[in-house]
Every structure is written in structure tokens, then in C-alpha cells.
Design a binder for this molecule. Sequence first.
Ligand SMILES: [Zn+2]
Length: 496
Amino acid sequence: MSLYLKYRPQRISDLDLDSVREVLDKMVEGGKIPQALLLAGPRGTGKTSAARILAKVVNCEENSRKVKEPCNKCDQCVSITNGSNIDVIEIDAASHRGIDDVRALIESVKLAPARARNKVYIIDEAHMLTLEASNALLKTLEEPPPSTYFILATTEPEKLIPTIRSRATIVSFKKASKREIVLSLQKKAKAEGKKIDRKILELIALRSDGSFRDAVKILEEIINESVELSLEKVTEYLDKSVFFDESLLIKKLVERDSSFVLDSIKKLSESGMSAETLVDKLLLFVRDEILTLAGLKAGKSDFDRETLLALAEDLLDVKRGLRDISGFEFLPLEIFVIRYCEKGSSNGGNNHVREKVEVKGDDSNQEETADSAPLRNGESLIGSANLSNEVWKNILSRVGSVDISVEALLRAAKPLRLDSGLLELGVYYSFHKGKLEEIKHRQLLEKVCSDVFGHNVKVICSLIKPPETKRNVCDVILEEKQGDDIIEVAKKIFES
Ligand SMILES: [Zn+2]
């Protein structure tokens, strides 16, 4: 038997949704259970369990006058639990949705209960009833015979005819909160003699989209598959089972469909996938495609070489940007998607042709694509007289020895200008900029810079476009042969 069925709530106090427990408690305590109830809410939140518990409450033999909770021991309770009570009738409207089904039901309503005090009709997926069937049922709901209860359950209350909705007392089921799911899982794990860290239960809660049923299923899988009960192993296990189509995501990205890609990222993040895993999966896919194009892997690729190389480089940048940004792990990826998609739409929708730039110097009559142009973005100070690469490295290492996270932030920035005691840093992401501008961080940086330069230095940050793409490997090698130390420096700064 599945854990979900094994530990199905049998009393109102077992119900996992706080709000539903409170509503039913009040209903039962006041002794006034409406004869027509509509339990409405998402799947896996306990509607059927609640319906059966109510059927027991109105039929439990333990205390026929005032039962607050079913005893779960008497014949009535036991037979309802195991589904053999002839006066508690469960109908699945998904498969019995027609007028004839409802007519048969109405006929049986006229008969008095056989053994129980009350007859209870539980109609699951009630929104599936045809219009004709719904109208036929409505008449009975309006004037239910004594000793008869109707409990309708639905995941889509808006599809019910309004007259049924207005006739029934609605109990709203909501998606379960993280806390509610964790509590529910704790009970089950304990009953199974498993000690599971709260962090792991929270992870499961994240992956189950507010459904107790899905959460218990995941718990059961982890137990059955003997997954090692560490956060790392469970995350790894769950990541494997998240369905996600890298190929489609990359295709949409190349098509500059930012809303699709951002929406997918949101869904994946909500399903609990980490930003790092997502970026890794995308990188693996892009790498495979590159190898395919290079003839090193079988198959054929739907993408062109330049697009893939540029994507790989950008995604590697995103991956580097993931360090030390706890709480905002998806932001670098999201920023990249938006920028990438904007870039594409500004050049007439042609994804693969990048803007042409003129390369100054000896070859000024030659045009190159932006991909191979040296440092388009970077009138970087590095390499120039007043702030050499060595100095910048010195600053990074001094900052890093005090606060490694500030050093990491600086690696996603570059010095633009050092002028009369004012150092201007170009920062790629506004989140990083905000971090660097925090008083504590800025003071550290200013102190280090002042020490290094031997005079007071103030630091200001400006937002600049992140480096678009770096040259592909061949270009870098070529340029290095030409002794272009700016490329070398940029490589060190951005790739270290
Ligand atoms: Zn009982």
C-alpha cells in the first residue's frame, strides 16, 4: 500500500491543511453539517479524505448524538474507511458524467439508508458532470431528503454550473504551504521509523507544488530507492527526475523568445531546481551540440557554430556569476536571457549576424564581426599607464584576503577610470553594483585602493553592459600570438 493511502487522514485533526481543519472543526462542533457541501481546491490537498471523514462523523456509532471525531473502530467507521459501506456512495463524475448516471443516483436517494444513520453521496470531479446531469442533480441538492448528505469535490469549481455552487456550502482547499507539507511528511517519516532532516523535507515540499499527495509520493520514492538521506544526494536524485527540455529552451533562447525562457526558468526554480544545475544542464547541451558540429559526436545540430560558441561563452559567464549571490541565484541567468534576447531583436531579428564593428589600426579597412573584435566593450583601464594589470591583481588579492565575496564581485567588474582620487568601476549587473556600493564593501575597497595608490581613493560604480561574447579559442590564440596583452589581461580577469 502506498504511503499516501497508508497514512490517509482518518480524523479531522489528522487533516493537513490548517484552514480546512478549522472550518470542519467549527462545522462539526456546531452540530450543523450542511447537507450539500462543495470541497473545492487543487489536487492532492485532501478533499476525498475530508469527505470520508465527514461521512464517518455523521454515521459513527460511538456517540450518536455529538460526535466531534469519528472513532474509526465501530462498524460504520471501519466500513467507510475500507470502502464497503453501502450507505456511503462514492461516484467518480469523470467516468459517470451523464444524465443516466445522475438519474440512477436520484432514484437511490429516495431509499432510506440501509444500516447507517445517514446516506452520504461523495461525487468526485463534480465539474465533469454534463450540463443536463448537473441540472438534474441540482433539484435534489435544493431539497435533499432527510438523512442524506451530498459532498461534491472538484479541482475546477469555476466549471460547475453557478446554481450548484450557490446551493452548496463551499469549503475551499488551498495549495499546502511549505510548513504544512513538512509537518505532514514528518508524521509519515516518523511512523516509518525514518529520521529525515528538515531541510530535505523542505526540499520535497518545494518540489510538490502544494500537493500533499505528490510530496508523500516523493518521500516514498526516496525511501524505496534507498537514496542516501543527505541534502546533496536527495537534491541530485530529484534533479534527475525534473522534466526539462534543454533543446527547446536553447531553441527558444536563440529565437529570442525571452518570455518563454524566463517563464521556464521560473517554473524550474519553483520546482526546486538550483540555478547552478540549470546552467550546467544548458552548458552540457550546448557543448554536446558544439562537439556534434565539430564532427566529434554523432548526429546533427540544429544550431550554427557561432551561435553555439557565443552561447557557451555567455553561459560560462553566467556560471561564474553564480558565486556568492545566495538568494539571487537565478538573477544572472535571467539578466543574461533578457540581454541576449534584446540583442537579437535590435538587429532585425537575424539571430546569427552580429553587428559589424570596425577594427582600428593597420587593418582598418577590414571588417570583422563583433565576435572576433578585440575588447568591444572594454576601454578598460587595465593595461593603461595608471592602473596596470599587476596593480588590479594586487587590489583583488588584498580585498580577497579580507572578504572573498567582495573579491568575487570585483571579478565581475572592471576599472574604467582613475582620476584625481576617483576610481570608477564598471559593473555588469545591478545586483553586483548594489552589493559593491554597500558601505561596508565600498569602505573595504576604498581602503585597499588608498593603500595601494598611496593617496585617498573614492570608488564609484557604474552599470555597464556585460562582455557580450568572448572570442572563440582560435581567435584568442591568434591574438595572443600577436602579443595583445589586453586580451591576455581580459582573459585573466574574466576567466580566472
Ligand atoms: Zn465510529
